[in-house]
Design a protein around this ligand. Structure first.
Ligand code: AMP
Length: 458
């Protein structure tokens, strides 16, 4: 087995690794570090949790330790899709450079230009940035990328999802042709393949096993759900979510709830809080300080439920969670793999439950094709309305009208209504339980989808 000491890393870097408590390199580190140190381009196909951040930071630091920073011309550049990921990479740099004198600047939104400009003016060894913010600095004439010797693109598939590929291409064109490129992506979509063919030169390709294929400890289930009426669907779906959380009881120590849209992240978080759950949202439109505070709370256990979008959650180094709930089936099947990979880590048990509306059935098929298995159907834990009157009731869901008192953390699990989630429904055709859809068409403004209680709360 490869040891860190076999890898030709700077002795001061080795010391920092030892102090971080790492014993052996992970497969992506053992595969990527040697070619990176030889100056070769690297194409790493790996996702968060595999140790990929160290697989590019350790060789970069070793290479940078041999030279000096120059004013306004950073010697290396790491591009990350989100601020959180960039901040995490910066933390990694701090850990591994603690015995070396290397400087870095973090160019992300939410941090003042002035502070960042001052650092760049002095000269930095490493620039860690999100693409948009980097180009803002460049356009203000404060930055030259012609001194970049090593460029890293992290989470390239996420960059693609976020529409950053044109920015990445532009940034590539601003750096010297002779630079070394280390490029990481969890998947190789055709557009990513095109970029790597254009900008990487004979890269060493290292691929490590996907998380979900490795983890058999995640129990999965899907609840097929159809609203009783279109205008009630959103609030009824949130009721299903609450019932699913309750049905898990104390087994659900902490959970990430994924929504496809940022507006739903906000609405779900607000609704859960209203019902006394310990919940907070995280997505790209929130203030940086707010996002950091939420994440800290989730890490230290004071926050139980994190409601997240894929973009915000991707790449976050949060501890393993007991549960993942998919409020929506993700539009990209790969995201399902990333989402459920948040639970069942390191051999621990985990559970991932997805809510699927008729609109999401195609996406569910794509997920099942990708993971090559059928996700067991669970019974909807919310009882179907039995009386005729509910069908004639006003648009507000009767169930969303009475929020329960707070302090839910301790009594969760006792209020599960109807049959418990966990039992399989008898057939795949048992999809949804509602009546025919009437009403407002597909483009329901989100505030209308809120119950009156939630609207008042907003
Ligand atoms: P990453 O995939 O870069 O997000 O890393 C996931 C986690 O693994 C981080 O918390 C790292 O600190 C940790 N880690 C990285 N490399 C190693 C290693 N060789 N041994 C143990 N832990 C590691």
């Amino acid at each position: 087995m490869t040891k860190f000491s076999d890898l030709n890393l700077n002795p001061k870097v080795l010391k920092a690794i030892d102090e971080a408590g790492y014993e052996t390199p992970t497969p992506i580190q053992a595969g990527a570090i040697p070619p990176a140190l030889e100056g070769k381009d690297v194409l790493g196909i790996a996702q968060t949790g595999t140790g990929k951040t160290a697989s590019f930071t350790l060789p970069m630091i070793t290479l940078l330790a041999r030279g000096r920073a120059r004013a306004r011309m950073p010697r290396s550049l790491v591009l990350c899709p989100t601020r959180e990921l960039a901040a995490q990479v910066a933390e990694n740099f701090d850990t591994y450079t603690k015995h070396l004198k290397l400087t870095k600047a973090l160019l992300i939104g939410g941090v003042s230009f002035k502070e960042q400009d001052a650092l760049i003016d002095k000269g930095v060894d490493v620039l860690i940035a999100t693409p948009g913010r980097l180009l803002d600095h460049f356009e203000r004439g404060k930055l030259l990328l012609t001194g970049v010797q090593v460029m890293v693109v992290d989470e390239a598939d996420r960059m693609l999802d976020m529409g950053f590929i044109p920015d990445i291409e532009r940034i590539f064109s601003l750096t010297p042709f002779t630079r070394q490129t280390l490029f990481f992506s969890a998947t190789m979509a055709p557009e990513i393949e095109r970029i790597t063919n254009t900008f990487l030169s004979a890269p060493a390709r290292i691929e490590v096993a996907r998380q979900a294929t490795a983890s058999e400890t995640i129990e999965q289930g899907v609840v097929m759900f159809k609203g009783s009426r279109r205008d009630r669907e959103a609030s009824e779906k949130r009721k299903v979510l609450r019932a699913l959380i309750d049905a898990e009881g104390e087994k659900c120590t902490n959970a990430i709830i994924f929504c496809n849209r940022k507006t739903d992240v906000d609405i779900c978080a607000k609704s859960l809080k209203k019902y006394g759950y310990n919940a907070a949202p995280i997505h790209g439109d929130l203030e940086q300080s707010q996002r950091m505070k939420t994440l800290d709370g989730f890490r230290d256990g004071s926050l139980r439920l994190l409601i997240a979008s894929d973009v915000a959650a991707r790449g976050l180094d949060v501890p393993s969670v007991s549960h993942v709930f998919n409020f929506d089936v993700p539009g990209h099947a790969e995201d399902y793999v990333h989402r459920i990979g948040r639970t069942g880590r390191a051999g621990r048990e985990g559970k991932a439950i997805t809510i699927c509306t008729p609109r999401d059935e195609k996406a569910l098929d794509a997920v099942e094709k990708l993971i090559q298995k059928e996700i067991p159907r669970l019974e909807n834990p919310v009882k179907k309305p039995e009386t005729k009157t509910s069908e004639d009731a006003p648009a507000t869901s009767s169930d969303d009208r009475k929020p329960k008192p707070s302090g839910r953390k301790s009594d969760s699990g006792k209020k599960s209504s109807g049959s418990r989630a966990g039992s399989r429904s008898s057939s795949r055709s048992d999809r949804g339980s509602g009546n025919t859809v009437v009403g407002m068409g597909d483009h329901l403004p989100s505030f209308i989808a809120l119950s009156f209680e939630e609207r008042r709360a907003g």
